[in-house]
Design a protein around this ligand. Structure first.
Ligand SMILES: Nc1ncnc2c1ncn2[C@@H]1O[C@H](COP(=O)(O)OP(=O)(O)OP(=O)(O)O)[C@@H](O)[C@H]1O
Ligand SMILES: [Mg+2]
Length: 367
């Protein structure tokens, strides 16, 4: 994303850069679609633009199912960063051949793709070690960002965490950024005594972008496209999207594509209704995937916005949700499905529908 489309995150970017420059590793956590990946790529961009003495590698392991996938994705991320035509890229391709991958070339992009046929665990682990050693041996320290890091807890291999930790601990020339959206799993991994990564990083939590900064940014963006919008209307958008980055971006984008010269609250309402209508098929599918009780709890949460005392008699009674234990079970299941988000703050934990559009749709549909 070019910098003019990137709003704020100045403190977070500074903190991340500080960690990188002070030899500290970082754990970056936020709910889905808050802007973690955007922040990492923004900081990587700054490293290039400001000519800071680091190389950067970004790997997203969301779709990996096992350590072998991790090795493949990391290899491809390294090639993507250092293409064959660069000297590091050539060195890497020569180096990786030691681990006997089958190399094919993507038909569209022409970039190399690897598949490894490991005969045993030792081979797999030594390839992984080899990849880290390659990065560690670069002249400039490498910042390695591993996105959706919680995924490693799903791998079938034993002791993946311990293996990664012990390998990475030896790589003094690699700065790590572990990124994840499942707060509970990430926190357990990095903050539980006895877990391999315990206390090995500094945690950076991404929250909503500051209201006034976001407002000014949106005004400026519309303004530079010749579109008028007043402060109340922008505030209306930010309240409707709960200032969540992805939903705010989607609504603003939809407003912009109407090509209206002035954005009014009526237009916002129309555009938001159109978005919800478009999404409704997906929401009806969700309804079929959850139990009646879970669906009713989602509706209740959507109507309330955010609920702290999920088993309080008043909440249960108001929404006819039944017994507290049943609702606790439903909540647990909805959280596992990422349909409900636990918002942790100093005032306590608050539960809300994870997807803001779904929340607005439920509240409107079951009004
Ligand atoms: N600082 C920002 N300013 C403007 N838009 C942003 C900013 N950060 C992120 N976005 C937009 O918000 C959306 C979500 O961002 P991003 O993909 O970085 O989130 P994420 O936390 O990595 O999501 P996921 O959990 O799905 O990996 C994207 O459409 C992105 O363009
Ligand atoms: Mg991401």
């Amino acid at each position: 994303m070019s910098p003019e489309y990137f709003c704020d995150r100045e403190n977070e970017a500074e903190l991340l850069l500080d960690n990188i420059q002070n030899n500290a590793d970082t754990t970056l956590i936020s709910p889905r679609k808050f802007g973690k990946t955007g922040l990492i790529l923004h900081v990587f961009d700054r490293i290039v633009r400001e000519n800071l003495p680091f190389k950067t590698v970004y790997v997203d392991i969301f779709s990996t199912l096992c350590l072998e996938n991790f090795v493949t994705d990391l290899s491809e991320a390294i090639v993507e960063k250092f293409p064959e035509k660069t000297s590091i890229g050539r060195k890497f391709l020569r180096y990786i051949r030691n681990f006997r991958p089958v190399i094919s070339y993507d038909r569209l992009t022409g970039s190399p793709q690897f598949s490894f046929e490991f005969q045993n665990v030792a081979e797999k682990e030594s390839t992984l070690k080899g990849l880290f050693e390659f990065l560690n041996a670069q002249e400039q320290p490498v910042v390695l960002a591993i996105d959706e890091f919680q995924q490693i807890t799903e791998y079938p291999e034993k002791n993946v965490e311990a293996l990664l930790r012990s390998l990475l601990q030896q790589m003094h020339n690699i700065r790590l950024v572990f990124c994840g959206s499942k707060r509970k799993i990430m926190t357990e991994m990095f903050s539980t005594v006895g877990r391999p990564f315990f206390s090995s990083t500094k945690t950076l939590s991404l929250l909503e972008i500051d209201n006034d900064i976001y407002k000014a940014f949106i005004k400026e963006r519309f303004g530079s496209g010749g579109v008028k919008v007043d402060d109340d209307t922008i505030q209306y958008v930010l309240d409707w999207t709960l200032r969540h980055t992805f939903y705010t971006q989607s609504v603003c984008n939809a407003l912009y594509t109407t090509r209206s010269k002035t954005v009014t609250i009526e237009l916002v309402n129309r555009v938001c209704a159109a978005i919800l209508k478009q999404e409704s098929v997906n929401y009806l599918q969700i309804r079929d995937l959850v139990t009646k009780g879970q669906w009713n709890l989602l509706i209740a949460l959507a109507k309330e916005g955010c609920v702290q005392q999920i088993t309080a008699a008043s909440f249960l009674k108001k929404h006819k949700l039944g017994a507290a234990t049943t609702v606790s079970h439903a909540l647990k299941s909805l959280m596992e499905k990422e349909l409900v988000l636990a918002d942790y703050s100093l005032d306590g934990t608050c539960y809300r529908v994870y997807d803001v559009f779904l929340m607005r749709w439920l509240a409107a549909e079951y009004a």
